[in-house]
Design a protein. Structure first.
Length: 342
């Protein structure tokens, strides 16, 4: 190390000479192999006559577009989400307050029974005129249902085969009770042996000859005698015993039981439902009035046009009637809201 310090210039010169010798050796080796590498590059490639496949995706897409050209669909101001074309104004109506309101943002139709507003969105979607409030009471597909009922029951108003069930157009017009009064007039025989007894029953509202039937017999066509029970009560005025024996009958049509008390009049009325059927009449001469008919309690009936399906009146009162549908389910027939329309 001391020698290097003392003779640094000689050391540097020797080191530089060594570097030059090494660089010369590397250059010599590279030049000696240059001819071999150059010859390999200059070698001609083997001949190949195969044509590489071309990319035809663009051509196929262009052909598809030519075969299926785009169809221009005009937009309307009331159905387009952006309120129509640039030069098409949205339709307006005047509100009850006197303000202009966009047609599609309000309701111009109202359901005649429920008084619910029918959205113009639904009206326009089914190609109806939202500016014509009478359109709710029109039958676009001639299936017997107003457009308003197609909306109410979520069916297609433009397809005749798509409609609500027919029984939804049935309404109770009146509950009819026809008096049928019976009087247990007298009895004959031993009360301890009811089977041997005979009874006098008079029909006040029906003229029938006086008869003296026994238990198990039928009176007034439909009433069967099923039980007799001897009873007495003390008369508070006289202190004497008063005969209040009871005779039980059953209506064989309705299966309702009727208890007759000696010398008392009991009313077992026949009940009917006066029904109104609001199917739209296809015959203009009908004036589109409802078809009205009466049904006795527990009797069957049909609704046109499906006259092969049978319905049955189960019960009726002043506010509703209960019917059995053809599939066995029960349905409550309401009265027409506010009474039948004029």
């Amino acid at each position: 190390m001391n020698w290097i310090k003392k003779h640094f210039d000689q050391f540097a010169l020797a080191l530089l000479g060594a570097v030059l010798i090494a660089a010369s050796a590397m250059i010599f080796m590279s030049t000696s192999s240059f001819e071999e590498r150059f010859a390999a590059v200059m070698t001609a490639p083997p001949p190949n006559n195969a044509i590489p496949p071309s990319d035809t995706k663009g051509m196929e897409e262009a052909r598809r577009q030519l075969e299926q050209p785009a169809i221009w669909k005009p937009r309307t101001p009331d159905t387009d989400p952006n309120d129509g074309l640039v030069f098409s104004a949205a339709r307006y109506i005047i509100s009850p307050e006197g303000r202009p309101v966009k047609v599609k943002s309000t309701s111009t139709w109202t359901h005649s029974r429920t008084k619910e507003p029918i959205p113009n969105e639904w009206v326009l979607a089914n190609n109806f005129n939202a500016l014509d409030p009478a359109g709710a009471n029109q039958d676009a597909d001639a299936d017997g249902f107003w457009n308003e009922d197609e909306w109410l029951y979520k069916t297609d108003p433009n397809k005749k085969e798509a409609h609500p069930p027919y029984h939804v157009l049935l309404f109770l017009k009146q509950w009819i009770k026809v008096p049928f009064r019976l009087k247990f007039q007298a009895y004959d025989g031993d009360p301890k042996n009811p089977a041997s007894m005979s009874f006098q029953i008079n029909t006040i509202d029906l003229r029938t000859p006086t008869d003296f039937p026994k238990i198990g017999h039928t009176v007034a066509k439909n009433f069967k005698i099923i039980k007799f029970e001897f009873k007495e009560v003390e008369n508070p005025s006289t202190g004497e015993k008063e005969d209040v024996s009871e005779l039980t009958l059953i209506n064989q049509e309705t299966q309702d039981s009727v208890v007759l008390i000696l010398n008392k009049v009991v009313d077992s009325p026949n009940q009917f439902a006066a029904l109104a059927y609001y199917l739209v009449a296809q015959d203009v001469s009908d004036g589109n009035k409802p078809f009205e008919f009466k049904v006795p309690r527990l009797k069957e009936f049909v609704l046109r046009p499906e006259t092969d399906k049978r319905y049955k009146l189960i019960d009726v009162n002043a506010t509703e009637a209960v019917i059995q549908l053809p599939d066995g389910q029960k349905y409550t027939v309401p009265t027409y809201p506010g009474g039948p329309p004029k």
